[in-house]
Design a protein around this ligand. Sequence first.
Ligand SMILES: NC(=O)c1ccc[n+]([C@@H]2O[C@H](COP(=O)([O-])OP(=O)(O)OC[C@H]3O[C@@H](n4cnc5c(N)ncnc54)[C@H](O)[C@@H]3O)[C@@H](O)[C@H]2O)c1
Length: 330
Amino acid sequence: MIRIAVLGAGRIGKIHAHNVAACPDAKLVVVADPFAEAASSLAAKLGCEATTDCDAAIARNDVDAIVIGTPTDTHIKFMLQAVEQGKAVLCEKPIDLDMGRSIAAAREVERLNGRVMLAFNRRFDPTSQAFRKAIDAGEVGEIRQVVISSRDPGMPPRDYVLHSGGIFRDMVIHDLDLARWLLGEEPVEVMAMGSRLVDRTLEDVADYDTVMVQLKTASGKQCHINCCREAVYGYDQRFEVFGAKGMLLQDNLRASTIRRWSATTTDAREPLLNFFLERYVEAYKNELEAFVAAVAANAPMPTTVNDGLQALRLADCALESVRTGQVVKV
Ligand SMILES: NC(=O)c1ccc[n+]([C@@H]2O[C@H](COP(=O)([O-])OP(=O)(O)OC[C@H]3O[C@@H](n4cnc5c(N)ncnc54)[C@H](O)[C@@H]3O)[C@@H](O)[C@H]2O)c1
C-alpha cells in the first residue's frame, strides 16, 4: 500500500486525489492546499486529512509518495523537497517554465537518486496505449509521419494565460511529448508558426492562440502538430501514425456512438467529450496507477524528468522558430 499526499486541490489536484483514493494499491493520506476551503472540502469528500501546509504534508512519516498538482512555479521546490526526503514523486507538467532551472532540478534529482515521474497523461490514454502496442508489434512498419490535431474548446482566462508560460510550454507541450513517444526518436529540427486569430490582444503578452509545429528526427521521420486555443465544436483531440505498412488513426471520443438521421440532418453525432477532465479521465486514472505500480515494484518510472526536459526544450525551440522564422536545431 503506497501512502500518498496530494499537493494542490485545484482542477488537476482533484482528479489525482480522486484517483489515489480509488486506487486499490494506494492510500490517500492527506490533501494539501494553502486555500483551506479547497483542501478541506476535497479531503472531506475523499475521507482523508487536510492541511494548508504542503511542506508538512511532504515531511509526514506516514507518507511514501507525493503527487504535485500545484501551480507550475512551485513544482521544483516541492519535487526537490520530496526527493531529499526519499519520497517518490508524480509531478505535473511542466517541470518549470525556465529551461535552466529545469535542467538544474533534473541534475539534483539525479544526484539524489530521486524517483520522479512527469505527468504526461496522454501516453496513458487507452488509445495511446493501443497505438504503442500496435507500433511495437510492427503493425504500421517503420514510422514515416505522425500528425496531431489538438484544439481546446475556448480561450483560458487572461490571468491563466499570463502565468501559463505561453501556448507552447502550457498546451503544445503535451503534443510534443506525444510526438516524441510515438515517433520513437528524438526530433532534431523544429519549425513553427504562430498566429493570433482568436484574441489579437495576445500580442501584448507575446503569446499566440493558433500554432503549427513541424518536427524532424535524425533519420527523417516527420511530425506535424496543429493547436488552437478555441474550437467552437469542442475539445478536438485526434492523431495518426503513418508508416511503411499502414496507418493508425485516433478519432475524437463522444459520450456515445449513436448517429442520428432526420428530415433536416444526416449522420448527426453526439458532441465531443468536452475538455481534458472528461476526455482524459481514463488516462489520468491509468497514469496514477502506473505511478503507484512503479513505486511499489521499485521499477523505473514510466515517464521521467528527462521526458519533461525534452518536451520543454522542443517547446522553447518552437517559440524560437516562430520568433525568428527559421528552422531551429534542437
Ligand atoms: N496534465 C494535465 O492534463 C494538466 C491539466 C491541468 C493542469 N495541469 C498542471 O497542473 C498544475 C496545476 O494546474 P491547475 O489547472 O490544477 O491549477 P488550479 O489553479 O486549478 O489549482 C492549483 C491549486 O494550487 C493551489 N496553490 C496556489 N499556490 C500554491 C502554493 N504556493 N503552494 C501550494 N499550492 C498552491 C491553489 O490554491 C489551487 O487550489 C499546473 O502546473 C498545470 O500545468 C496539468
